[in-house]
Write a protein that binds this ligand. Sequence first.
Ligand code: PXL
Length: 276
Amino acid sequence: MKRILTIQDISCVGKCSLTVALPIISAFGVETAILPTAVLSNHTQFKGFTFRDLTCDIKPIADKWQQENITFNAIYTGFLGSKEQIELVANLFDDFKKDRDFILVDPAMADNGVMYKCFDTEFAKEMAKLCAKADYIVPNLTEASFMLGTPYKENYDEKYIQDMLIKLTDMGAKNALLTGVSFEENKLGAYGYNKETKKFYSYFREKLPVSFHGTGDIFASAFCGALTIGKTDLEASKIAVDFTVESMIKTMENKNHNWYGVDFESAFPFLINRIK
Ligand code: PXL
């Protein structure tokens, strides 16, 4: 069985980061080891939250794994709490090279044109350096704009997205996949670029009349799971888009859904069937 490591916070309530990555990647039949970077009562979109920083535990945990000769087929990072954590994670990438197929970095730090309230533009620069070490990165348009230091645009054409992808991979990543891309009013999807093959790829679905918190984590987790079981970048992006859309449809169907996250749990039968 393949084993991956995902490095993100635990938001105890809120359906994001590890509480999303762990079940979704496991559903692909992949062993999912975790390295929690912080424990929060709930994610940062709530009015308040507790934040227990686990930065000091990152290196001792990784050292122990090295002593035990534990290796990972992939490393997937999401929300990281500080610049110091980014540096520790970058070192960890260097330490766990053996048997590794890929590194996936989701630079989870911003959405809808603004940074999450705990981050600033300096943090975006550090995150860009971490992305440079990745095989795959999955920023949304806001995160990509912050990392490239260009203004966030809501209206753009295909050439703009392709230029952005080339600039993102010029920074170092082998494969960049932009999420939340829309050229037509009723379509939304993901648009990627593979630097090695010099090929663009994209996949769009119907644009739903809602937006939910946590869809980025669902997308990245499903993309990670699909790559780990050997799907190509295009196939993995299709699975990730389809699972995210299905999760949103299930959430819309649940009239009592929470504001803070997506009912991805109800979309598992779809996912299992989709990857069969
Ligand atoms: O979904 C990304 C995410 C992960 N972890 C924490 C967050 C957020 C987004 O707000 O606050 C703690």
